[in-house]
Design a protein around this ligand. Structure first.
Ligand SMILES: NC(=O)c1ccc[n+]([C@@H]2O[C@H](COP(=O)([O-])OP(=O)(O)OC[C@H]3O[C@@H](n4cnc5c(N)ncnc54)[C@H](OP(=O)(O)O)[C@@H]3O)[C@@H](O)[C@H]2O)c1
Length: 296
């Protein structure tokens, strides 16, 4: 039987706090992922979920600063809404148009907005040995924050990048932004009706829409009747479920498929490193997420 000391979580006056603000927030895998990493490294840090209603966002940000938190992750619906309350944002935020991590400098009383989606995606591509260059043809499904980050991350490679989105205007906005940032980038946007035409020669297809995400696991963003290009790798940024309908359909057509778990882990790892200055135990973080996602 465990002794009393083993059952008491060791939290004391030196414990450093980080967390996640969202609404809802109970579903987040980040507390388990980060707390496992802190425990593994023997760090006296804790990561807590913080349920923050939209009308309390400003109070909550002042609160985490006043309470000496070292940082917070930001999730739906605060990713864009938090920007006016921050003292500075990084280039990745300007590109993505959204914040997913805040670093808190308590001594200066400053909040800095970061976005680790792009670096998380690129890190996972590298781990999966997928290189994107001038000969690549990337099709990105979606034109929200994730699509924008991923497109920007790949735009400098010289690859041809086509955004395919239900709302064409949103895709065109990203294209305009990327062209104004990297003049020579090879980007365009089309509506879903042109998916067959633009995906024929694709080498990488990225799903950055929310279609197929739990609980709507029977949906797919791929248009019925459009053949999958066999030479392409399919990367679905969705990680809940671990295998989406899109992944199953593409795999059946012979494509190599990758899910969004790696991106989740690497974007979390980037936040961990920015807050603590330490390299996190990435494999452990992946196992923690995998275990939790396999149960749900
Ligand atoms: N693995 C990771 O670490 C990670 C990190 C960030 C995001 N993600 C994933 O990326 C996805 C997008 O996130 P986000 O933050 O970019 O969301 P977002 O800004 O809300 O964008 C959602 C996108 O999905 C499209 N969409 C939604 N419902 C649709 C439908 N019924 N039919 C066709 N298109 C539809 C939207 O099209 P419209 O423009 O037409 O509305 C938009 O392009 C989510 O699945 C999220 O889980 C994963």
């Amino acid at each position: 039987m465990k002794g009393l000391n083993d059952r008491i979580a060791h939290i004391d006056g030196q414990t450093q706090l980080v967390g996640i603000i969202g609404y809802p927030v109970a579903h987040s895998l980040s507390p388990e992922m980060h707390n496992a990493a802190f425990a593994e490294l023997g760090m006296n840090w804790r990561y807590v979920p913080l349920l923050v209603a939209p009308d309390r966002l400003a109070d909550a940000l002042r609160g985490v600063l006043a309470l000496g938190f070292r940082g917070v992750n930001v999730t739906v619906p605060h990713k864009v809404a938090c920007i006016p309350y921050l003292d500075s944002v990084t280039e990745a935020v300007t590109i993505a148009g959204a914040v997913n991590t805040i670093r808190i400098d308590a001594s200066q009383g400053k909040l800095e907005g970061l976005n680790t989606d792009m670096s998380g995606f690129l890190a996972d591509l590298a781990v999966n040995r997928i290189s994107v260059g001038e000969d690549s043809h990337v099709v990105i499904l979606g034109a929200g924050g994730a699509a924008r980050s991923i497109g920007a991350g790949l735009a400098r490679s010289g690859a041809r990048i086509v955004f395919v989105n239900r709302t064409l205007e949103r895709g065109l906005e990203i294209v305009e932004f990327l062209r104004s940032t990297w003049e020579s980038c090879n980007v365009e946007a089309v509506g879903l009706d042109r998916l067959a035409e633009v995906s024929r020669e694709a080498t990488l297809i990225v799903n950055a829409t929310s279609v197929g995400m739990f609980p709507y696991t029977d949906s797919s963003p791929w248009r019925e009747g459009v053949p999958f290009p066999k030479q392409a790798v399919l990367y679905d940024t969705i990680y809940r479920p671990l295998q989406t309908k899109l992944m199953r359909d593409a795999e059946r057509s012979g494509l190599r498929v990758i899910g969004g778990l790696g991106m989740l882990v690497y974007q979390g790892a980037a936040a961990f490193e920015m807050w603590t200055g330490k390299k996190p135990p990435i494999e452990l973080m992946r196992q923690v997420c995998l275990q939790r996602l396999s149960q749900s």
